[in-house]
Design a protein around this ligand. Structure first.
Ligand SMILES: *[C@@H]1O[C@H](CO)[C@@H](O)[C@H](O)[C@H]1NC(C)=O
Ligand SMILES: *[C@@H]1O[C@H](CO)[C@@H](O)[C@H](O)[C@H]1NC(C)=O
Ligand SMILES: *[C@@H]1O[C@H](CO)[C@@H](O)[C@H](O)[C@H]1NC(C)=O
Ligand SMILES: *[C@@H]1O[C@H](CO)[C@@H](O)[C@H](O)[C@H]1NC(C)=O
Ligand SMILES: *[C@@H]1O[C@H](CO)[C@@H](O)[C@H](O)[C@H]1NC(C)=O
Length: 423
């Protein structure tokens, strides 16, 4: 099984491609038996030939659709849009996505200390719009015992993993058991980002801090700034409109919707962001999120920021289940025109935020405040981008060592990589 199999299967599914919920598990078998898929058009499971009943797992109550449940696990430390994209792809292979989040103890034993504790990693994974269930404290490697638990207790049909090899300490394939059972599917690795890469960006940016007050070339609206973050070369991410479409909900506000607006950098997307977005979403019917461009973030926080570029930050926010739409590169100041354009009913801002003011600058929320549509939200968590970066710096030596090892294998990956079909 490979990503190509999944892609190329879609031609077989043509006739029923719109009913994956109904036929997901059956189609593969139908294809194997050479039965024309058009056979199923317009008819339900009950009229299947008798021999189908021999297939135990397909023996469902007649009225009940078989929902395909897929499982994917990971550490999800420093959750980024690459993780989000992997889970989006996994979800596309079934109807319900169950995600296992590896325990702190297992991460410490296998890779060294995680940057984010279990609670924050759970919040990040649960906040993704493609995730239906999470299993906390999953093991690092899928043992036979855990695999049976997945199949029997959690009713998992397939275990999903990326196309990078995952080896156990003894050198064997971590997914060998699932493969042997025919319950394994593969997705393509997301290009351009990894937690290792992000830790590297943070560590190397911390060496630049001495010049952070040098705003020589920065201008809020000008293009004179050279690139923004000095670590840009580390990013392999190539933003495409296709990826943005995949992440977006693809719909606007309904008639008479109450539109809530929140803006910010949303750098190193974390559990604090998710909590505030959740609260903001509850205040209306449609949550519009403004994401400040790299120049604004650099000017506010110093030239080593943002850690993640505008398009990376936009994807992370778009992946959040509470977000309906984003403005990629939102203006600093909220104008009356903007409020009218988007029919914004309420503008909100969290109490816990990075220092969000330029010296001597006017209040960016002056207009919504004067209109009586501004609300300050009590942030439920006091996590900030800086506090996460500080955790990494505090653990500098451990992370540097762990990263050096990973950087080598990443380099090897990029040197040897070949084109793989899939998305
Ligand atoms: C930061 O700079 C010091 C000395 O200039 C160097 O030894 C260290 O490796 C640098 N750290 C990073 C993460 O680049
Ligand atoms: C700041 O800008 C001035 C004029 O453009 C230039 O002469 C100077 O070298 C710049 N300083 C730095 C640190 O880039
Ligand atoms: C604009 O938003 C308000 C809610 O604040 C809503 O009642 C109104 O119908 C919206 N206008 C349009 C044209 O959708
Ligand atoms: C926030 O930024 C302003 C302007 O740059 C500065 O005067 C103030 O001291 C900063 N506050 C904190 C808590 O860093
Ligand atoms: C955040 O909140 C927790 C608990 O309320 C507290 O222990 C911690 O010191 C706070 N951290 C910061 C940076 O304020």
């Amino acid at each position: 099984m490979g990503p190509m199999d999944y892609e190329s299967n879609s031609w077989m599914w043509d006739g029923v491609y719109n009913y994956p919920h109904l036929f997901g598990g059956l189609m593969l078998t139908a294809a194997l038996l050479g039965i024309s898929t058009s056979y199923f058009s317009g008819i339900g499971v009950p009229s299947l030939p008798f021999f189908w009943s021999d297939f135990g797992i397909f023996q469902k109550r007649k009225s009940e659709k078989k929902r395909i449940r897929v499982y994917m696990d990971g550490c999800f430390d420093l959750m980024h849009f690459g993780h989000a994209n992997a889970l989006r792809q996994a979800k596309a292979l079934g109807d319900e996505l169950v995600v296992g989040v590896v325990s702190d103890e297992e991460i410490i034993a296998n890779k060294g200390p995680p940057v984010l504790p279990m609670e924050e990693r759970l919040a990040l994974v649960s906040g993704l719009k493609w995730v239906d269930e999470v299993i906390a404290n999953a093991p690092y490697a899928i043992t036979e015992q855990f695999m049976n638990r997945l199949f029997n207790e959690h009713k998992i049909d397939y275990i999903i993993h990326g196309d990078d090899p995952c080896l156990l300490p003894d050198g064997t394939d971590a997914y060998a058991l699932a493969k042997k059972a025919g319950r394994y599917k593969q997705i393509k690795r997301t290009e351009g980002v990894s937690s290792t890469d992000i830790v590297g960006r943070i560590l190397s940016s911390m060496n630049d801090t001495t010049n952070s007050e040098d705003h020589n070339a920065t201008s809020l609206n000008g293009d004179s700034m050279k690139g923004s973050p000095s670590h840009g070369a580390l990013s392999h991410f190539l933003p495409t409109s296709h990826r943005i479409v995949q992440f977006s909900n693809g719909r606007g506000p309904g008639p008479n919707a109450r539109i809530v607006y929140i803006d910010g950098a949303f750098d190193l997307f974390h559990a604090g962001h998710i909590e505030i977005l959740k609260i903001a979403r509850q205040l209306g019917d449609f949550l519009l999120v403004g994401i400040h461009n790299d120049q604004i973030v650099s000017k506010l926080r110093g030239k080593q920021f943002p850690i993640m570029h505008l398009h990376e930050r936009s994807l992370s926010v778009l992946g959040c289940r509470y977000v309906d739409e984003v403005i990629i590169g939102a203006p600093w100041e909220i104008t009356r025109d903007m409020i009218t354009t988007f029919n914004i009913s309420l503008v909100v801002h969290g109490t816990v935020a990075e220092n969000n003011s330029f010296a001597g600058d006017s209040d960016p929320y002056a207009v919504p405040k004067s209109m009586g549509i501004f609300k300050l939200l009590e942030s439920p968590k006091n996590i900030t981008t800086t506090s996460i970066a500080k955790r990494i710096v505090a653990n500098h030596d451990a992370f540097k060592k762990r990263n050096a090892k990973k950087v080598e294998s990443e380099k090897k990956y990029y040197a040897e990589k070949k084109y793989i079909c899939g998305d």
